[in-house]
Design a protein around this ligand. Structure first.
Ligand code: AMP
Length: 122
């Protein structure tokens, strides 16, 4: 599937500096910042700077440099947030069934409390 990227989404505006964020880490191709409505004591969003809608879009079309940078940045955020001690959850919602609200790829890194089972029964 060919994805169409909407550059008016809120994370695109964050990347352009049009709205503020609380940055955790910035690298050449990646930005990590705190979720505005945290669902755990630590709730960080990690986004690529490139125009990718969701993870499969990124995995199919990003350059190797972007993919390496993004993956290493996720590792660095995990280190900064100290998630290795008690564990964490990483989520990336996509599309309608995934209930993705912001159409720019992001992974949520949640930690700091027991997070329950992965999915509630439908
Ligand atoms: P998703 O439902 O996976 O698309 O998640 C979007 C996330 O973006 C939610 O957890 C929101 O709380 C978060 N969010 C929305 N606006 C902002 C913002 N301006 N700064 C930081 N996080 C935001």
């Amino acid at each position: 599937m060919a994805y169409a990227y909407d550059d008016q989404n809120i994370f695109a505006k964050i990347l352009r500096g049009e709205i503020p964020n609380t940055t955790v880490l910035e690298t050449e191709h990646t930005l990590a910042f705190r979720d505005l409505y945290p669902q755990a004591p630590s709730h960080v969003l990690v986004i690529p700077k490139g125009p990718y809608v969701c993870y499969d879009h990124f995995a199919q079309e990003a350059t190797d440099a972007e993919i390496v940078d993004y993956t290493r940045a996720i590792g660095k955020v995990c280190e900064l947030e100290g998630v290795a001690t008690d564990g964490f959850r990483m989520i990336s919602n996509a599309g309608e069934h995934g209930v993705q609200e912001v159409p720019h790829l992001h992974v949520h890194i949640l930690s700091g409390r027991p997070l329950g089972r992965m999915l509630a029964k439908a």
